[in-house]
Design a protein around this ligand. Structure first.
Ligand code: UD1
Length: 362
């Protein structure tokens, strides 16, 4: 149990771009609660200014108290480096609870350190499963959820997955989608953000999964499909560093498919809400498009976010160019898939997490 005599000390761990929009609402909600002290640790998994700093600024996340500056590496070396550098921080700072976010290497590394030190862990965005263990993120999700003491799920499927894996019901708290909290808060800013210089109608593309970009033949095939799309609809393609590196390495650069640098959060949201269609392999973007009602074609065979397909605007097209062609033509002919917003994706998930934590501390 958390101590009731003094302030409860919550330590957050983030490391990669998709963590930043998830931690922001939780930090804000806890700031409003009396008797909560917070520490923010950045592992440095993502280190480029346009993958990290700009997100801290726009999401108004306080500067990290500690930066572990781990940088890039193989999965084993990156995870091990985070663990080695994080352990002394936990020992020194002595938190009552550590919150980890999403499914990146920083998430599982921090959870493992805490479990070994008997420090309680809360996992924000627990229970998501793609059932595809070739994805590094699926391994991170499975392990983190086994180690966590508090599991905050975004949707009912998360609860079902966790119960099936033997997680006790009392550890599971369905709070909704924290990433949508950030979207809701910054949407007015995104609406005012000019998209001058971008085409009026466009497909917004993001691509970074190892299964799509690390194999030259697969990447070449996907880029060919995108080139074909660009003949009907302009393509706006902010490229992840991994993807840009692979395109250069495999000699797949093309003048017809111009790559942009990764965009800041608000600018990306502005492009997202105005897009005719979004073509992506990201997890978070499947959710953001569902919230915004923008058609999303996901270049994967599975998703750990099935409500985006069952309720939202998401369609899985995998690496199938015929399916992509068919779905694009439906959208251009005014037959895009419509959807609804899943329950608890309402901008208040961070507050519900704060409610659980303050009730627990009493
Ligand atoms: C990570 C997450 C993934 C998430 C993605 C979002 C894991 C296992 N994967 O994948 O779940 O969807 O972040 O972006 O944690 N790089 C830079 N600059 C940066 C960050 C990375 O150049 O700021 C380069 C690295 O040097 C490396 C490559 O991008 O070569 C991959 O980075 P890494 O953090 O290992 O994984 P991501 O592919 O970003």
């Amino acid at each position: 149990m958390l101590p009731s005599s003094s302030a409860t000390h919550v330590l957050h761990v983030v490391g990669a771009r998709p963590n930043f929009m998830k931690v922001a609402p939780v930090v804000r909600a806890l700031e409003k609660r009396a008797g909560v002290e917070q520490t923010l640790v950045h592992t440095g998994q993502h280190y480029d200014a346009n993958m990290s700093d700009v997100f801290f600024r726009q999401l108004r996340i306080p500067a990290p108290d500690v930066n572990l500056a781990v940088g890039a590496g193989s999965h084993a070396s990156q995870t091990a480096e985070i663990m080695t550098r994080f352990e002394p921080v936990v020992l020194e700072r002595d938190p009552d609870l550590v919150l980890v976010y999403g499914d990146v290497n920083s998430t599982v590394a921090a959870a493992l350190v805490c479990a070994k030190l008997s420090v309680p862990v809360g996992h924000v965005e627990a229970g998501l499963r793609s059932f595809d263990r070739s994805m590094p993120e699926e391994i991170n999700r499975l392990v983190t959820d086994q180690l966590a003491d508090l599991l905050f799920t975004p949707s009912e499927d998360g609860d079902v997955n966790l119960l099936r894996e033997g997680i006790a019901r009392e550890k599971i708290h369905r709070v909704g989608n924290v990433m949508i909290d950030s979207l809701v808060r910054l949407l007015p800013e995104a609406s005012r953000c000019s998209t001058n210089g971008f085409p009026k109608a466009y497909a917004l593309v993001t691509l970074h999964r190892p299964s799509n970009v690390d194999d030259s033949e697969v990447l070449q095939k996907l880029l060919r499909s995108l080139l074909e799309v660009s003949q009907q609809l302009a393509v706006v393609f902010p490229a992840h560093p991994r993807t840009r590196r692979r395109i250069t390495e495999f000699g797949l650069q093309s003048d017809q498919l111009r790559l942009l640098d990764p965009l800041p959060y608000v600018e990306f949201l502005a492009l997202l809400r105005n897009a005719q269609v979004v073509i992506t392999d990201s997890g978070g973007i499947q959710e953001e498009t569902t919230y915004l009602g923008v058609p999303c074609l996901t270049l994967r065979d599975n998703t750990e976010r099935p409500v985006t397909v069952s309720m939202g605007t998401n369609i899985l097209v995998g690496q199938d160019e015929n399916k992509l062609r068919l779905e694009i033509s439906k959208i251009l002919n005014g037959q895009a898939k419509h959807g609804t917003i899943p329950p608890l994706w309402d901008g208040h998930a961070g507050e519900r997490i704060a409610d659980v934590l303050t009730a627990r501390a009493r």
